[in-house]
Design a protein around this ligand. Structure first.
Ligand SMILES: O=P(O)(O)OC[C@H]1O[C@](O)(CO)[C@@H](O)[C@@H]1O
Length: 558
C-alpha cells in the first residue's frame, strides 16, 4: 500500500513556533474533513474566504481550512513577527544579513514618494532619476528619433541577461503584449547554449538592433559571453567601434565593468545592491519593458505593485492577501508534507509566470540554513512548477486529480480578455472553473457508479473515482493590464517574504548557485587541456574525458 498524501510527517520536520503544536493537532482533526462537506455545511464559505484588493480577487475557500485553521495560522504569523519583519523591510533595515544589504525593491515602486532610507540616505531621488532617464531614452527609441549608425530607426531590442535580469522583463513584456509598440520587437537572449544567440540574431539587422546588456554584477559568464558575441556580430557589419554607443546600452550596478565593455556610461541605467536580481524588474532591469510598452505603462506597472505594497503593509493580517497565501502555503508545506506548488495561469500572456515565480520563490526560500546559520529541521520552500493551465489539463492534470501527491495550486485568470474571441474565452473560463471544482469536490464511488450505470462490482469504477479535497486558490484579475500585473507580481513577492519570515530564512541571498559556478570555472579549461583529466571524482573525470574524446574525435588526445 503506497503512503497516502494524508500521511502526516510527524514531529520531526515540524516548525518550532509555539502554535505549531496546536496546528499539528488541528491538522490531525482536519485529516478526515472533506472540503465538499465544509461547503455543504456553510453556504457563506466562499464569501468568507475571499478577498478583493483593487482589481484582484482571491478566492481561497477551496482550501482545507476552517475558521479555526485560519485563526491558528494567523497566530503563527504573529508569533513569527511577520508585521515586525515587514516594517524592517520597508524601513530599509539590512535584513539580507549574509550580504549586509537592505531589501528595498518596494522603494522602486514607491509611488507615494515618501522617503525610503538606506544607510541614512533617502534613495527616492535616485530611483526617480533613473525612471526618468529610462523614460527619456525609451521615448527617443520608440519615436524613431534614436537612430542606428546607418541612420535607420531601431526596430529590434535585444535584452541579454539571465535569471532575474531576463525572466522578469521577458515575462512582463510577454504579459503586456497588447500594449507593445507596433514597430519595436523585443527579444531575449539568456542561454549560453550558442543556439540561443544564433537563433535570436539570425533574422536581425545590426543597423536597426539595440542591445541591452542587463546584468546586476556585469560579471555573469553567460551574459557577458553572449554580450561579447553580440558585439562581434554587430561590428562585423558596423565595422567601426564608435558605432557601439548607439547600439549597446547597459543595466547594471557595476559602472567600471560597463565602461570596460565599451558602453558609454551615459547609456548605463543604474540600480543598487539593495535590489535583488529576482526582485529587479521594477528597476532599470525593466528597460526592455519600458521600450516595449512605454514609460506610462511602466508607471502603471509600478502603481499596481505599489497598491499591493500598501495593502500588504497596512491591511490587518487576517485580511492581507500575501499573508493569507503565504500561510496557506505553509499549512500544506509543513503540516501536510506537500512538496510542490503549482502555478497555473489561464491566460496565454502569463505563460512565463511559472518560470518567473520559480526563480522568485525557489531562489529565495530554497534553503536549509536559517538566517542565524543553523541547519533547519523543517521543510522550507516548495518546488514551484506549472504551465498555462489549459495546456496542463491535457498533460499533467491527471496526476493533480488522481495521483498520490498533494499539490496545492494557484489558478490565475483574467476575467476580460484583450481579444474579441468570446467563444475561446468562455471555453477557457468554463475549464478553469471546472478544474477547481473537480479538484475540490472530486467524484465519489456512488456518484461514479450512478453516472456509469455500472454494477457495484465493476472493477472499472474505482478508476473513475476522484477523491477530491485537493486545495487550490483562484486569483482573478479584472483584465491583465500593467496595473494588475504589477499587483500580481508584488502579491507573490510578499507571499515569499512572509514564508521566509515564518521559516526564519534570509530570502534575499542565493549562495546555492555559487558552487556550480565555481566548479564550472575549474572544468572549463580542462575541456581543452593537453592531458586527460583526473582531478575530480571518477564519474566527473570520465564524463569530461568522454566529452573531450567525442568533441575532438580527430585528435589523438589519448
Ligand atoms: O544580473 P546578474 O548579476 O547577471 O545575475 C543574474 C542572476 O544570477 C543569479 O545571481 C544566480 O546565479 C541570480 O540571482 C541573478 O538574477
Amino acid at each position: 500500500m503506497p503512503l497516502s498524501v494524508e500521511t502526516f510527517r510527524g514531529e520531526t520536520g515540524a516548525l518550532h513556533w509555539p502554535v505549531c503544536r496546536v496546528l499539528q493537532a488541528h491538522r490531525m482533526q482536519m485529516a478526515t474533513t472533506h472540503m465538499r462537506d465544509l461547503f455543504a455545511a456553510d453556504p457563506a464559505r466562499a464569501e468568507r474566504f475571499s478577498l478583493q484588493v483593487g482589481d484582484v480577487l482571491l478566492d481561497y475557500s477551496k482550501n482545507r481550512i476552517t475558521d479555526e485553521t485560519m485563526a491558528l495560522l494567523l497566530r503563527l504569523a504573529e508569533e513569527a513577527d511577520v508585521a515586525g519583519w515587514r516594517e524592517r523591510m520597508f524601513g530599509g533595515e539590512k535584513i539580507n544579513n549574509t550580504e549586509n544589504r537592505a531589501v528595498l525593491h518596494v522603494a522602486l515602486r514607491n509611488r507615494s514618494n515618501q522617503p525610503a532610507i538606506v544607510d541614512g540616505e533617502d534613495v527616492m531621488p535616485k530611483v526617480n532619476a533613473v525612471i526618468e532617464k529610462m523614460g527619456a531614452f525609451a521615448k527617443q527609441v520608440r519615436s524613431g528619433e534614436w537612430r542606428g549608425y546607418s541612420g535607420e530607426r531601431i526596430t529590434d531590442v535585444v535584452n541579454i541577461g539571465i535569471g532575474g535580469s531576463d525572466l522578469g522583463p521577458q515575462m512582463a513584456v510577454q504579459a503586456l503584449m497588447p500594449y507593445r509598440h507596433p514597430q519595436l520587437k523585443a527579444h531575449f537572449i539568456s542561454n549560453i547554449d550558442g543556439a540561443h544567440v544564433k537563433e535570436a540574431l539570425e533574422s536581425l539587422n545590426p543597423a536597426t538592433t539595440l542591445f541591452i546588456v542587463a546584468s546586476k554584477t556585469f560579471t555573469t559568464q553567460e551574459t557577458m559571453t553572449n554580450a561579447h558575441y553580440a558585439r562581434t556580430w554587430f561590428l562585423a557589419q558596423a565595422q567601426d567601434e564608435r558605432h557601439i554607443v548607439g547600439h549597446f546600452v547597459a543595466v547594471s550596478t557595476n559602472r567600471e565593468a560597463v565602461t570596460a565593455f565599451g558602453i558609454d556610461p551615459a547609456n548605463m541605467f543604474e540600480f543598487w545592491d539593495w535590489v535583488g536580481g529576482r526582485y529587479s524588474l521594477w528597476s532599470a532591469i525593466g528597460l526592455s519593458i519600458v521600450l516595449a510598452v512605454g514609460v506610462e505603462r511602466f508607471d502603471e506597472l509600478l502603481d499596481g505593485a505599489h497598491a499591493m505594497d500598501e495593502h500588504f503593509r497596512h491591511a490587518p493580517l487576517d485580511r492581507n492577501m500575501p499573508v493569507i497565501l503565504a500561510l496557506l502555503g505553509v499549512w500544506y508545506n509543513n503540516f501536510f508534507g506537500a512538496e510542490s506548488h503549482a502555478i497555473l495561469p489561464y491566460d496565454h500572456a502569463l505563460r512565463s509566470l511559472p518560470a518567473y515565480l520559480q526563480q522568485a520563490d525557489m531562489e529565495s526560500n530554497g534553503k536549509s540554513v536559517d538566517r542565524d546559520g543553523k541547519v533547519v529541521d523543517y521543510d522550507t520552500g516548495p518546488i514551484i512548477w506549472g504551465a498555462t493551465g489549459i495546456n496542463g489539463q491535457h498533460a499533467f492534470y491527471q496526476l493533480l486529480h488522481q495521483g498520490t501527491r498533494l499539490i496545492p495550486a494557484d489558478f490565475i485568470v483574467s476575467v476580460e480578455p484583450h481579444d474579441d474571441l468570446q467563444e475561446h474565452h468562455d471555453i477557457l473560463i468554463a475549464n478553469v472553473l471546472a478544474q477547481t471544482e473537480a479538484l475540490m469536490r472530486g467524484r465519489t464511488r456512488e456518484e461514479t457508479q450512478l453516472e456509469m450505470g455500472s454494477p457495484q462490482t465493476s472493477p472499472f469504477v474505482q478508476h473513475k473515482v476522484f477523491d477530491g479535497n485537493h486545495p487550490s486558490n483562484a486569483i482573478l484579475l479584472q483584465t491583465l493590464t500593467p496595473h494588475t500585473l504589477g499587483m500580481l507580481i508584488a502579491l507573490y513577492e510578499h507571499k515569499i517574504f512572509v514564508q521566509g519570515v515564518i521559516w526564519n530564512l534570509n530570502s534575499y541571498d542565493q549562495w546555492g548557485v555559487e558552487l556550480g559556478k565555481q566548479l564550472a570555472s575549474r572544468i572549463l579549461p580542462e575541456l581543452h587541456a593537453d592531458a586527460p583529466v583526473d582531478s575530480h571524482d571518477a564519474s566527473t573525470n570520465a564524463l569530461i574525458n568522454h566529452y573531450r574524446r567525442m568533441n575532438h574525435p580527430h585528435t589523438d588526445l589519448y
